[in-house]
Design a binder for this molecule. Structure first.
Ligand code: NAD
Ligand code: UFG
Length: 331
């Protein structure tokens, strides 16, 4: 079975490529390298002893994309490529809408033209917006009060996919709604290494641990949560990657969405304490004002994915910290 992976040199895509290659799938990757490095391919080869075919192209370049579909027959597409920085999307909405929406529409048109009907799409918990309850189940209505343009692109793409699946029942589409992916492959050979000052908690903790940033600011300690800091559902990226392989077997006519999360929320303070335990020394941190747009807490109800994808998480936040420390040591 041949799988086309868009965004396959990125953080999550590269972990899924490793799982696919290990399970014997043939893989071709498309990425424009706007947020990843070509050296990831060598690292994938070190882990799997296989090197996937790579095309450095932009999904916005429709004629070149068409050519890729003409040259190869794909059984399945996994679509990770997209821009994902929440704050940047608010400053540059047109760039985000163009890249994420136009890129996806180009891909879908090529798939339809070439009769490739199996699709697994990287969605996000952000599609739920602010539903007013912290535990998200797939039957909650999506799209209310989504605070960023990034989040709205994920919601809009899901709507496009639903319409497409109705219009053309040949399509078998699954959207996987990720909660907070963290960690990396236990080899320490691939992982997430953002440039500049990170926005997300895990990479920020790592930069403080490396001494590249002086201290972590914990945004808000007066939330109505058990310790006053925000709670999220952090999922190890290897568990997340395995969820994609489980989803392949569940593809069927129409559109279906699944939460990929652990179901157990962890607070920012608990994350800091876990890191200190694993790393064996204190992590400099201070309490700062709340960050605009943050919800106090939310987590996945993963029952549907547990049941219908026959998938569940097995790794912990401790595993994620241990693997991320190993990744940093390999840099
Ligand atoms: P990433 O930035 O590491 O990977 C995305 C990849 O897509 C990058 O390698 C980038 O170069 C590529 N890309 C972007 N636009 C492209 C284009 N027009 N043409 C070709 N390649 C392009 O991000 P990630 O964390 O691996 O996320 C993968 C997907 O999962 C994204 O769609 C993201 O929105 C979604 N997601 C991520 C998270 C998270 O916290 N990491 C949470 C929910 C959903
Ligand atoms: N946090 C800090 N200090 C930091 C960074 C983060 O205290 O320096 C806190 C945040 O306030 C939040 C928690 O750590 O409470 C997690 O923050 P992240 O930025 O790591 O993740 P978010 O939950 O804000 O964002 C994630 C994804 C987005 C997605 C969003 C909503 O990264 O892609 O969930 O689903 F849009």
């Amino acid at each position: 079975m041949k799988v086309l992976v868009t965004g396959g040199t990125g953080y999550i895509g590269s972990h899924v490529v490793v799982e696919l290659l290990n399970q014997g799938y043939e893989v071709e990757i498309i990425d424009n390298l706007v947020n990843s490095k070509i050296t990831v391919l060598d690292q994938i080869e070190k882990i799997t002893n296989k090197k996937p075919i790579f095309h450095q192209i932009d999904l916005l370049d429709k004629p070149v994309l068409e050519q890729i579909f003409t040259n190869s027959h794909f059984d399945l597409v996994m679509h990770f490529a997209g821009l994902k920085a929440v704050a940047e999307s608010v400053e540059q909405p047109l760039r985000y809408y163009n890249n994420n929406l136009t890129g996806t529409i180009n891909l879908l048109e090529c798939m339809e033209n070439h009769h490739v009907y199996n699709l697994i799409f990287s969605s996000s918990a952000t599609v739920y917006g602010n539903p007013g309850i912290p535990e998200y189940t797939e039957n909650l209505e999506t799209g209310h009060n989504i605070s960023s343009s990034y989040g709205k692109t994920k919601y809009m793409i899901e709507e496009i996919l639903k319409d497409l699946a109705i219009a053309n029942p040949n399509f078998n589409i699954i959207a996987l709604r990720y909660f907070n992916p963290i960690g990396n492959h236990p080899s320490g050979l691939i992982g997430e290494d953002p440039n500049g000052i990170p926005n997300n908690l895990m990479p920020y903790i790592m930069k403080v641990a490396k001494g590249e940033l002086p201290e972590l600011s914990i945004y808000g300690n007066d939330y109505s949560t058990p310790d006053g800091t925000c709670r999220r559902d952090y999922i190890h990226v290897v568990d997340l990657a395995k969820g994609h392989l489980s989803a392949i077997d569940a593809l069927e006519s129409g559109f279906k969405a699944y939460n990929l999360g652990t179901g157990s929320p962890v607070s920012v303070l608990e994350m800091v304490q876990t890191f200190e335990k694993i790393n064996g020394k204190p992590l400099p941190h201070k309490f700062s004002p709340r960050r605009a747009g943050d919800l106090p807490e939310f987590w996945a109800n993963p029952s549907l994915a547990n049941r219908e994808l026959n998938w569940q998480t097995t790794l912990t936040t401790e595993d994620a910290f241990r693997d991320t420390i190993s990744f940093i040591e390999h840099q």
